[in-house]
Design a protein around this ligand. Structure first.
Ligand code: BTN
Length: 249
């Protein structure tokens, strides 16, 4: 398969790089294609939220991935995307980010990168993923809308130095290519172990906000498919495939 980022389309402004790709089969059929924008006027986040865009101050891009995996392993690509960003931040900036299920990347407790993985059907009904990645690079949390300031951070704020966005983009794309290949080669146990090592998995009381409601408990691990296992107060456990994790303490 071609490397992710074999072609990069660079836009000044777009509503959303992910929406653009999802709405056009010419994009969707091109595994590894990347669209990056300096500014998004309607950037989308997980759970129907908006993604705030700081014109020129973030890495905001989406890519098409044709998963070369059995269907039950495709959700692992969501975790692996966060791992790719964490590794790239370590390689390029010598940082040690933490991961929050399923794929937030945190520095100093603040969210520095959000990832939106969306599925689509391509030619012949084949599964295609559009993975949208937003990394807060320049500026400070105060530059963002008041409702998200308290929960996010930027690379410049954490490191005190300007960020080479192009180097970071290339490192993320290289990591995604390598990690997708490793999953394809059957290396999922090692990747899940690495994800868990980097993640703040245990020691938090959480509320899992999911399509079927909210439940509280304590995360205790991951299933082989990347579902989060949560221990509930009644002594039971359940595995959650998708949702939004809220740390209560
Ligand atoms: C989240 O944490 O809620 C996910 C945020 C994903 C933001 C990125 S920026 C590039 C791509 N285009 C979008 O509209 N969203 C994603």
């Amino acid at each position: 398969m071609k490397p992710i980022g074999h072609t990069i389309i660079r836009l000044d402004e777009v509503e959303s790089t992910s929406t653009l790709m999802l709405e056009d089969s010419a994009y969707l059929e091109n595994h590894g294609l990347v669209v990056i924008a300096r500014h998004q006027t309607g950037g989308r986040g997980r759970m129907g939220r908006r993604w705030a865009s700081l014109p020129g101050g973030q890495l905001q891009f989406s890519l098409v991935l044709h998963p070369n995996l059995p269907p039950q392993e495709v959700p692992l690509l969501s975790l692996v995307s966060g791992l790719a960003v964490a590794r790239a931040l370590e390689d390029v900036l010598a940082l040690s980010p933490a991961l929050k299920w399923p794929n937030d990347v945190l520095l100093g407790g603040g969210k520095v990168c959000g990832i939106l993985v969306e599925g689509a059907r391509g030619r012949g009904g084949r599964p295609r993923l559009v993975i949208g990645i937003g990394v807060n690079c320049d500026g400070t949390p105060g530059d963002f809308p008041p409702e998200v300031r308290a929960s996010l951070t930027t690379l410049a704020h954490e490191t005190g130095a300007p960020v080479d966005k192009e180097a970071l983009l290339q490192a993320i794309l290289a990591q995604l290519t390598a990690l997708h290949e490793r999953l394809t080669a059957g290396d999922k146990a090692a990747l899940l172990a690495e994800w868990s090592r980097r993640a703040l998995l245990r020691g938090h009381r959480v509320r899992m906000n999911a399509a079927d409601g909210a439940r509280e408990g304590e995360p205790v691990g991951l299933t082989a498919e990347g579902c989060l296992i949560i221990a509930t107060d009644d002594g039971g456990q359940y595995a959650q495939l998708s949702g939004e994790l809220e740390w209560l303490r």
